[in-house]
Design a binder for this molecule. Structure first.
Ligand SMILES: Nc1ncnc2c1ncn2[C@@H]1O[C@H](COP(=O)(O)OP(=O)(O)OP(=O)(O)O)[C@@H](O)[C@H]1O
Ligand SMILES: [Mg+2]
Length: 235
């Protein structure tokens, strides 16, 4: 299996705070890898280290065979890593169309405005509305669509289901599976276990800056001890 992303024993700090204490994880081409863990275990910090926003002080991040650990964030984005940030962070005062235009890069894989709209018809309907007037679910779709306009090979999604109703979480799962079917590789950070298990090909559980468990979704589903210890699932 070809690896799109290889995270090799990375150690990341904020000043003197030692957050990622030796994380290793891979994303296979065309697969969804889910990272699960409670609040504050370092999930967003892992994403920040992959993107070069808070670079690892030790260890390596390898993307499509190139060591990008010390690359600047803009260079990493251009290399083909997209982000759907925690809390969505769409440009509230801009229209849907403007959000999808400011983010666009080149045309490597042809994520034109029309193609994006064909995946997310609701965004076409709302294209002249301010992003701030959209519902949470629509803003999530906009954040994903915006990331696709940068033509990523790998998408990093930071708790995309946060704050969405169960119905919208189902829609989100469908969208993720559709993008995966098109060959996109995805690293999905989540706290909602059933949602993550439903879309992932492999899962890692994080606790206190380390990966404490790694398996298939099916194995984790059946591992009551891991679920109750690290994910707060009542058994
Ligand atoms: N900019 C920062 N400066 C200092 N410490 C930080 C900073 N950002 C996060 N931290 C700390 O790093 C640790 C990991 O935070 P991180 O945001 O990576 O967790 P998380 O798993 O994404 O949590 P959540 O599920 O709440 O989003 C936490 O203890 C947090 O307080
Ligand atoms: Mg986070």
């Amino acid at each position: 299996m070809q690896k799109v992303l290889e995270v090799k024993d990375i150690h990341t700090y904020y000043g003197y705070s030692y957050i990622l204490q030796g994380i290793s994880a891979d994303v296979d081409k065309g697969h969804v890898m889910a990272i699960l863990g409670r609040n504050g275990v370092g999930k967003t910090t892992l994403i920040r280290s992959i993107l070069g926003l808070t670079p690892a002080r030790q260890g390596q991040v390898v993307f499509k065979g190139t060591d990008i650990t010390q690359f600047q964030p803009h260079r990493i984005a251009r290399a083909g890593i997209g982000l759907v940030p925690q809390g969505r962070r769409v440009f509230q005062a801009l229209t849907v169309r403007e959000n999808l235009t400011v983010a666009a890069m080149d045309r490597r894989q042809g994520w034109t405005l029309d193609r994006v709209y064909s995946y997310f018809p609701v965004l076409k309907e709302r294209e002249s509305q301010r992003a701030g007037s959209l519902s949470g679910g629509e803003q999530e779709m906009l954040a994903i669509a915006r990331a696709m306009r940068c033509e990523p090979d790998l998408l990093l999604m930071d708790e995309p289901s946060e704050g969405l109703s169960p119905l919208l979480v189902k829609e989100l799962a469908k969208t993720i599976l559709q993008l995966k079917a098109k060959g996109l590789s995805i690293l999905l950070v989540e706290q909602k276990l059933p949602f993550a298990l439903g879309v992932a090909d492999s899962v890692c559980v994080m606790s206190k800056g380390r990966i404490v468990y790694q398996s298939t979704p099916e194995e984790l589903r059946q591992n009551e001890a891991i679920k109750s210890q690290y994910l707060g699932v009542l058994t």
